[in-house]
Design a binder for this molecule. Structure first.
Ligand code: SF4
Length: 354
């Protein structure tokens, strides 16, 4: 994790703060009510920072209202137009994402950075594999990871020359090896927080795997302070996937942890169906509470001996166990009832069960 930290409102990023999970609004600022509803859904899912595209000055009023009403901090995403950067800061947005190299002129950039400094705003800069130019690639002999790093360094230089260092860096591409190498180099060279992700990762399983592999490799090396999962899917899915990655790497805990066996010829129950039927009643369990659903009594309780609570098939129905020790048995007819009382005893604070 980075040596230095920044604060976007009260949200600490880098420097020992938890790895943050962010997303980007898919709703246009033309639909303010839609934006507010998406922000609420994202906040409920645990999202901590939301990027919002700000492409035209005509949307400044909507941005201002959104920044005022959003329960989590926003970062305005701006391309090419220095006026938009100034407008978003004046609208009360606590962070902006810009490319300092395309903010018009050094004078305009200095104006933006001066206002950002006055407002305590954070500036994220960074390079994207899709926007690397021919000359940038030629300079590194076609080495795309190095070209990404050079592009970030050029932008960083603009900011440091203006004595501005309240910054987050990012280098992203659709290629995992390229993104991993670029971020490894940046983490080695600079103390600033890193925003990490794999761009345009796609939909469904492909997208989730690509994000998990790329972000996972980096986080497991201690690189990355805030993550954005990019999915062709509703933004809440990005946040859920982000927390799943952090849970899987045991970096942060959000929600319960589910362990379930793949099943084999020894299975006594339909594990897939049981998992699906259990999910709604497990949603109120505390962060990090582990639940195992195992197909048989032969291996189930032993293989899931670390689980806070487990259920496995048995010749007569189900065995419920905790940390490998049986605590109750149930049949198909009274499973719900037994489950309720066992979970209540194990976890008195669980919501939604009486
Ligand atoms: S827990 Fe039982 S059913 Fe599940 S994979 Fe292991 S041996 Fe097979």
């Amino acid at each position: 994790m980075s040596i230095r930290s920044v604060f976007i409102k009260n949200l600490g990023i880098g420097g020992g703060n938890p790895v943050r999970v962010e997303s980007m609004l898919k709703t246009s600022l033309d639909d303010l009510e839609g934006c507010l509803s998406e922000v609420r859904n994202l906040a409920a899912a645990g999202c901590e920072l939301i990027r919002v595209a700000f492409p035209e000055a005509s949307k400044a009023k909507a941005l201002e209202k959104l920044a005022f009403q959003a329960e989590i901090p926003l970062m305005a995403d701006i391309h090419f137009n220095p006026d938009l950067a100034l407008l978003s800061l004046k609208a009360g947005v606590p962070a902006i994402r810009i490319n300092p190299g395309n903010m018009g002129s050094p004078v305009r950039l200095a104006e933006i950075l001066s206002l950002a400094a006055d407002r305590g705003a954070v500036v994220r800069i960074g390079a994207n594999g899709g926007s690397l130019s021919g000359p940038q690639l030629a300079e590194t002999g076609g080495d795309r990871a190095l070209a990404l790093v050079r592009a970030v360094e050029t932008q960083l230089d603009y900011l440091l020359r203006n004595h501005f260092d309240n910054i987050i860096l990012s280098a992203k591409s659709t290629s995992i090896p390229e993104t991993v190498r670029a971020n490894s180099l940046l983490a080695e060279r600079y103390p600033y927080p890193l925003h990490i992700g794999i761009t345009e990762a796609g939909p469904d399983l492909r997208g989730i795997v690509k994000n998990a592999a790329g972000i996972g490799i980096l986080l497991n090396q201690g690189i990355g302070d805030t993550i954005r999962v990019s999915l062709t899917a509703p933004s809440v899915k990005e946040v859920e996937t982000g927390f799943s990655i952090l849970n899987a790497l045991e970096i942060r805990r959000k929600g319960f942890d589910l362990i379930s066996c793949p099943t084999c010829g020894r299975r006594r129950i339909d594990v897939q169906a049981l998992v699906q039927s259990l999910l709604p009643s497990l949603s109120g369990l505390p962060d990090g509470f582990s639940v195992a659903v195992m197909g048989c009594e032969v291996n189930g309780p032993r293989e899931a001996a670390h689980a806070d609570f487990g259920i496995s098939g048995s010749p007569n129905g189900f065995i419920l166990f905790s940390h490998g020790k049986p605590i109750a048995t149930a049949g198909a007819d009274n499973l719900e009832e037994v489950l309720t009382s066992v979970l209540k005893a194990l976890c008195p604070s669980q919501n939604g069960r009486s």
